[in-house]
Design a protein around this ligand. Structure first.
Ligand SMILES: Cc1ncc(COP(=O)(O)O)c(C=O)c1O
Length: 406
């Protein structure tokens, strides 16, 4: 029988990582070692106290049923306390916070709750794919705003894009510290954005997935620290990177109560909430580890960043040290730039055994770049640099073109 898919599904292009994933699998099947710096998947476990507490509550048969979609009350209260302790921001746990099954799920369902055909969203580009595709799945349009020359003119470019558009965009989706570019902002940036959003009645969403993975004393501001942010926006906070709990699937959407309630409503139709034992683990993390754990994980990423950036620069690349995130965003060395990021990534995987993400997978503006995740230990990163050096010395762009253009 021929299965006819929905227009919605057909609008989604083939997954750009699929080619690299298939190659990676094949190399591993052949017994080859692959240093996987592709996905931003934390390699450390959650804090041991969090695991112990979760194990303990799992012995209670009463918590094995469905949980609540919006998150258990104690957890929402703990998030509220966390924002007070950390950002001096007040949030009403009953109305201004909802738990999500990670921010990816939250952003996707919020798009469904806010957008429909004819609605458009401004998204800085290159972008984390779900920032684009959640809008498309919801039937909306994406208007990208390039992050090029961020410090000099991003805000002007954003405001100009808004001015010339008709109909006006309904939503602005931000993500700082940014994946993949690692771009960071200060609180004045958010102040300007909030003023703009209030003036034009545009909804603000900030994906704050890398809130705590910051380096060299840089502190990432929360959008909610701006006085009137709650009038127009929400922030997605995630346990994934700050507490190395990515597989636990716990995040939160917080801020404007109308937006929070819209997400709560749509989620109520789709899910029964995160397993209660995991939510109790998250309470433990936010209550007792809110300062120490994120600091610990960030310090690991910072040391790896130094090894990777210093190592790549030593072999002739031109890489800047990011102030935040678990990524290094690097231009492809000039000699190999014409190959494009996908071909160069395939080459690195096959000839150096190093998997990285091609910049093009984050949109056209990402072409010419690679995103390298800091998810293997320092020894493995050093090994990756040695292998990259060997492969890029051995093969010319013409060799690579010949072998990989098929
Ligand atoms: C910018 C950004 N947002 C969201 C996510 C997903 O976060 P979560 O695990 O909370 O769904 C990621 C994960 O890599 C990310 O980079």
């Amino acid at each position: 029988m021929e299965i006819k898919f929905s227009e919605r599904l057909l609008r989604l292009p083939p997954y750009i990582f699929a080619q690299l994933n298939a190659m990676k699998l094949e190399l591993r099947r052949q017994g080859k070692d692959v240093i996987d710096l592709g996905m931003g998947n934390p390699d450390k476990s959650a804090p041991s106290e969090v695991i112990d507490k979760t194990r303990e509550v799992m012995n209670d048969p009463k918590i094995h049923g469905y949980s609540t979609s919006k998150g258990i009350t104690q957890l929402l209260r703990e998030v509220s306390k966390f924002y007070k302790k950390k950002y001096d921001v007040k949030l009403d746990p009953d109305n201004e916070i909802v738990a999500t099954i990670g921010s990816k799920e939250g952003i996707s369902h919020l798009s469904l709750a806010l957008l429909g055909p004819g609605d458009s969203t401004l998204v800085p580009s290159p972008s984390f794919p779900i920032h684009i595709w959640s809008v498309i799945i919801a039937g909306g349009n994406v208007i990208t705003v390039s992050l090029d020359n961020f410090q000099e003119n991003f805000i002007d470019r954003l405001f100009h894009t808004y001015e010339i558009l008709w109909p006006k965009p309904k939503l602005l989706l931000l993500n700082f510290p940014h994946n993949p570019t690692t771009q960071t902002v200060d609180i004045d940036f958010y102040k300007e954005i909030v003023k703009f959003a209030i003036k034009h009645e545009i909804i603000l969403i900030n994906d704050f997935a890398y809130s705590d993975i910051t380096f060299d004393g840089y502190r990432a501001p929360s959008l909610m620290e701006v006085k009137d942010a709650k009038k127009v926006g929400v922030e997605f906070m995630s346990m994934s990177k700050s507490f190395s709990m990515a597989g636990w699937r716990i995040g939160f959407c917080l801020g404007n109560y109308r937006i929070v309630k819209a997400l709560e409503k749509i989620k109520g139709y789709y899910d029964y909430g995160i397993f209660t034992a995991l939510q109790v683990g998250a309470i433990m993390a936010l209550r007792h580890q809110w300062e120490s754990a994120p600091k610990y994980y960030a310090s690991i990423y910072q040391s790896r960043r130094d090894v990777l950036v210093d190592g790549l620069n030593k072999i002739g690349w031109n890489v800047e040290k990011p102030k935040a995130t678990m990524f290094v965003w690097t231009p492809i060395p000039d000699k190999f730039k014409s190959l494009g990021s996908l071909m160069f990534s395939r080459f690195l995987l096959k000839k150096a055994g190093v998997c990285v993400s091609p910049g093009i997978s984050f949109g056209d503006e990402g072409e010419g770049y690679l995103r390298i995740s800091l998810v293997e230990n320092e020894k493995r990163i050093q090994q990756a640099i040695r292998e990259i050096k060997k492969a890029t010395n051995e093969f010319t762009p013409e060799d690579i073109q010949k072998e990989f253009s098929k």
